[in-house]
Design a protein around this ligand. Structure first.
Ligand code: UDX
Length: 435
């Protein structure tokens, strides 16, 4: 199939590359000439395991190309995916101006001679956006243009985006247009995954409802963790016991500092806003948000209680990225933790396997902070080790080396990645979440 993707961010670039990988002919469009140049030079502007190799091999095979021209995209793709940002506005609602702009641009490139086109929304959007896209294209395209509109939400996780795209749990295709649905099913034929076909509104809603449910699971276990702490139970055991029930499942029951990243915080806010706009306020999600925000404060209090004051204390901070296997620091709880400690006068020696450069650029970290590629170096003379991100490298760290290098052997594990027994056996005074 001939596919175009408008927007080469995380979702657009990985989706386009994976469509090329399964044999489709893909044109990726981005209005940022520098980004397109970088991609044409064979470089990938984001860190995503396996992506750079796939971009290279598919460009070489002639299945993947990059351009700044929407016109070229509309000409070359029978199916045009919109994968542009849908950032939050101050009131939590979704800014759809990029989607609207792209819909107008596509419309203006269409002519009755172009032939039938499918316009697919891949960005996360509020329910009923598809109707608006259809209306906009109809309004701005010349008479006689034929097109169908589809919602095809993306469920990829950063850090395993390529695998999530090539081996998804499910593919959701929503449209009220049979011709468009048939073309979409053809695109997904090479993928071994169940395909759920729905009306357009349901497909749009699935994305917000799924992400909110996952965030709910995280806040749920964090609230349980706090009860565990107060009662002397172990949240890891409790999560295991709950998770063994097939109806619940163990995934996303890892207690810690809470969720961050570019999706969950914004999607939960958006869903709250959508529910209110529809006159069906989803109060439960407000509680999810408040539990999430409290996790960081509770953890900081735990550190404060042991250190007494942060001022002039040297803290080794392991973790800057919002989770493991990514360099992304957007809405990272580890970054928020770092900001708070710096504000209170701590001297922070930070490390992260991928997030140092992004933290320097986007972390808004002001104060006495140094960055170290070597995690053990951060510990020299430090008063405490604080873990903010669940990197496997940290979980596998040499505990006796931690003990040797710290000035005082205090360890605060905000992601429950170390074993409390091992930590204590190594002579560390170890604190974690809910155990
Ligand atoms: C998420 C969804 O998983 C994905 O389907 C959607 O398309 C985009 O949003 P992502 O933002 O990449 O993906 O991160 P994810 O792996 O889901 O983790 C989100 C946050 O939750 C991280 O900050 C992580 O540390 C935290 N988390 C996750 C927990 O605190 N506990 C858990 O058990 C799982």
């Amino acid at each position: 199939m001939k596919i175009s993707i408008i927007g080469t961010g995380y979702v657009g670039l990985t989706s386009g590359t994976c469509f090329a990988e399964v044999g489709h002919q893909v044109t990726c469009v981005d209005n940022n000439p520098e980004k397109v140049k970088t991609l044409l030079d064979g470089q990938v502007p984001i860190y995503e395991p396996g992506l750079a190799e796939l971009v290279k091999s598919n460009v070489a095979a002639g299945r993947l190309k990059f351009t700044t021209s929407t016109e070229e995209g509309v000409r070359d793709g029978d199916v045009i995916f919109i994968a542009v940002p849908t950032p939050p506005q101050p009131d939590g609602s979704v800014d759809l101006s990029f989607i609207e702009k792209v819909a107008r641009e596509i419309a203006q490139c269409l002519t009755p001679e172009t032939g039938y086109r499918v316009i697919v929304d891949k960005s996360t959007v509020p329910v009923k956006t598809g109707d608006k896209v259809e209306q906009t294209v109809r309004r701005y395209a010349p008479e006689g243009v034929e097109f169908g509109v589809v919602s095809n939400p993306e469920f990829l996780r950063e850090g395993c985006a390529v695998d999530d795209l090539l081996n998804p749990d499910r593919i959701v295709i929503g449209s009220n247009d049979d011709r468009a649905l048939a073309m979409m099913q053809k695109i997904y034929e090479p993928f071994v995954a169940p395909v759920l076909v729905t009306d357009i509104n349901s497909a749009e809603l699935i994305k917000h409802a799924a992400n909110s449910f996952l965030a709910l699971k995280i806040s749920y276990i964090n609230a349980v963790a706090n009860i565990c702490e107060a009662s002397g139970a172990d949240v890891e055991k409790v999560a295991e016991g709950i998770g063994m029930d097939k109806r619940i499942g163990r995934a996303f029951l890892n207690a810690g500092l809470g969720y961050g990243g570019s999706c969950f915080p914004k999607d939960i806010k958006a869903f709250i806003h959508i529910s209110e706009a529809l006159g069906q306020p989803f109060g439960l999600l407000k509680e999810v948000e408040s539990i999430n925000a409290n996790q960081l404060e509770r953890f900081l209090n735990k550190v404060r209680e042991k250190l007494w004051v942060f001022r002039e204390k040297k803290i080794a901070l392991w973790g800057l990225a919002f989770k493991q296997n990514t360099d992304d620091v957007r809405e990272s709880v580890a970054i928020k933790l770092c900001q708070k400690m710096l504000q209170e006068g701590a001297v922070v020696a930070a490390t992260d396997p991928q997030g140092i450069e992004t933290a320097k650029k986007f972390g808004d970290l002001e104060g006495d902070i140094s960055y170290h590629a070597d995690l053990y170096e951060t510990l020299d003379g430090a008063d405490a080790l604080v873990i903010g991100t669940e990197w496997p490298e940290f979980a596998q760290a040499d505990l006796s080396e931690i003990k040797k290098r710290l000035r005082t052997p205090l360890v605060f594990d905000g992601r429950n990645i170390l074993d409390p027994k091992d930590a204590e056996a190594a002579g560390l005074e170890y604190y974690s979440i809910g155990r």
